[in-house]
Design a protein around this ligand. Structure first.
Ligand SMILES: Cc1cc2nc3c(=O)[nH]c(=O)nc-3n(C[C@H](O)[C@H](O)[C@H](O)COP(=O)(O)OP(=O)(O)OC[C@H]3O[C@@H](n4cnc5c(N)ncnc54)[C@H](O)[C@@H]3O)c2cc1C
Length: 300
């Protein structure tokens, strides 16, 4: 069976913000061979591509994407060999973290609750509470535009704060290999590791507006400061424009108050950047990827 390519698939349900228009073409490869087929389709038709994981770090424009969107959710296997794991790009980070903790392995427990995939996490070097994926990644296999594969060590991936070589390389990450640290195998130590993970999840639930659609932290942490504190100091906690708002629970979360458009999220976050700069002199940088075209703010 050749790879199924669908037309005009609405992307909003594939993102945690629940905004975004249609993908002109859409596919969900389940094997390396099918990813190569997707590459060949895009080359043959001369269309741009976009690789989509769990859509938890994304704002897709209301006009959608004019090319082929490649959804990774069907390529999601994880295998373990001792303290080493190999995860396909569509595997959920949260699942891998849970499995590592069940095996008594340390190194990822603080990443519990990040709702993305291994592919999306590797792309941005996802991290939380002093742990980052780069601490455990040993090897990444990716697919270039011509369908050939590249295999890189963790070091060669040039991980930094919320970035990696893949942010520039435009390659599709297919597999990520990780190595964790075996912990004390006693039942007590394992129970403590599980408790550490559960405490992280509880902190997220207590601090984050998880009842409303969002894409996690809206702005990167500026050097020596916190985006949430700067937004709050500028008097913007709870501020809303249209149906997009700044959470009154955590000021670095922009939330969809119900039926927001992607443009409203762009306008609101643009206004926040302007007001925070006017208040503190610091220019905030958005963390999620904004895909497609947005009208400028303020409007000319
Ligand atoms: C409630 C909430 C809390 C969050 N907390 C955190 C946190 O603590 N720390 C943190 O770092 N992030 C956090 N995030 C953001 C997000 O979950 C992570 O950045 C996650 O790693 C994104 O993965 P994804 O699969 O959803 O990627 P997507 O949103 O689908 O894509 C994001 C980018 O990655 C690219 N990409 C996705 N898959 C691949 C692939 N296979 N190959 C190449 N590129 C790919 C996409 O093209 C896009 O540019 C949070 C988000 C939410 C909603």
């Amino acid at each position: 069976m050749p790879l199924q390519i669908l037309e005009n698939v609405i992307l909003a349900p594939y993102t945690t913000f629940q905004v975004g228009g249609p993908a002109r073409w859409f596919c969900a490869p389940a094997s390396r061979g099918e990813f190569a087929e997707a590459r060949a389709f895009a080359e043959k038709h001369g269309v741009p591509t976009f690789i989509l994981g769990k859509g938890s770090n994304l704002v897709v424009s209301d006009a959608g994407h004019p090319g082929l969107v490649v959804y990774t959710g069907a390529f999601n296997g994880v295998s373990w060999e001792g303290a080493r794991a190999t995860a396909q790009c569509g595997a959920l980070l949260w699942d891998v973290v849970g499995q590592s903790v069940e095996r008594g392995l340390r190194g990822m427990q603080n990443l519990a609750g990040i709702p993305g995939t291994l592919g999306g996490g590797t792309y941005i070097n996802a991290g939380a509470f002093d742990q980052e994926l780069k601490d455990v990644v040993t090897e990444v296999t990716s697919m270039r535009r011509d369908g050939s594969l590249a295999v890189r060590t963790g070091e060669e991936c040039r991980f930094g704060y919320r970035r990696s070589l893949f942010c520039d390389a435009r390659e599709w990450i297919l597999e990520t290999k990780m190595e964790l640290r075996p912990g004390d195998p006693s039942p007590e130590a394992r129970a403590m590791l599980r408790a550490e993970m559960e405490a992280i999840v509880a902190r997220r639930v207590a601090r984050q507006p998880l009842h409303l659609p969002n894409a996690g932290s809206m702005f990167k942490r500026p050097p020596g400061n916190y985006a949430g504190a700067l937004i709050e100091a500028a008097g913007l906690k709870g501020f809303a424009m249209g149906r997009a708002g700044i959470s009154d629970k955590h000021a670095n979360f922009t939330v969809n108050l119900g039926g927001a458009t992607a443009q409203e999220i762009w306008d609101l976050t643009s206004e926040v950047i302007l007001r925070v700069r006017a208040h503190s002199g610091i220019t905030l940088e958005r963390e999620p990827i904004f895909v497609g075209d947005f009208l400028p703010w303020p409007r000319p």
